[in-house]
Design a protein around this ligand. Sequence first.
Ligand code: SF4
Length: 328
Amino acid sequence: MNNQFEEILENSLNRAIDRDEALFLFQETEDGAKAEQLFLTARKVREKVKGNIFEWSAGIARVLKCNLQPLCRYCPYWREKGQIPLSIEEILKGVAYIQQHGIKKFHLSGGTTLGSEGHDVLGIVQAIRAAGFTDLAIEVNCGAAMSLETLKELKRLGVYRVSSVFETINPEVFRRTKPGDDLEAKKKFAQRIGDAGLKLGTGVMAGLGPEETKYQDYVDFMFHVKQYEHLHYVYVTKFTPFKGIAMEDHPACSAQEAARVIAIMRLVLPNIDIGSAAGWNATDINRTPNYKKGSVADGFLYQDNMEFRNTMETMQKRYQELGIKIIS
Ligand code: SF4
């Protein structure tokens, strides 16, 4: 087993790693020096397969209310009474901001209504196109409930990707942390997205499950999503014990663990776009006072009862220093 670690990393430069190898890498990279070797290899694989590029994207949050009962136990949204989603007018202000900043892709994110046909999100996309924003690529991430007809219509309107975000594929952890949601419905929805000819986005939350099963859970997630032929994008979020959530006492996930999930995922899914979620987009748009009040230094701007967060300048600097080319 001595050189097995180096051997797996070496082989990963030419082929995707298998389940056992992925699990082995998780166990071995608790050691900091080995984690650095893993990160270096993941970077090499990304540069080889995807090139050294970063693409601007933006997001408009809270376009639909979440009606899950109960809400996911890690979720900081929709906990206060009387919160309402963005209006169409507010969403259009956000789209105009995105276009003015030269960004060509953005996502609409919102909550879940189990069993919905998805007419509400379809109405939002129709309104965006009717307002003349015809050349912006749109991704939809609004829970796992849309009919095949809605998905086909979204595709016709230029939506390129729809997400079915699992966070975990372990049924027990899913049931415990997302008691109002439905894992099997999400799996079916992920398939339906492909049936409509759309690309699939999904996500995993690092640090959500228990210590004893977490590495197996990450590996099971990666190999479950790998089977979707239309898989295009996976994002990794870190569990954070936000004040007021049901899991307030659950430990925060370290940046190192989340980075190892991203790096090992790169070796399992070399051709897939991998990113980190919420707060990492070039621009995030929301309503104020809703979620948090940020400082100008962190890129927050408050205007027209809206919250805009623009980190393009900071990110441009950071990526230039890393030699990464930014495209829009
Ligand atoms: S589905 Fe999304 S918005 Fe709804 S409770 Fe879960 S994490 Fe929060």
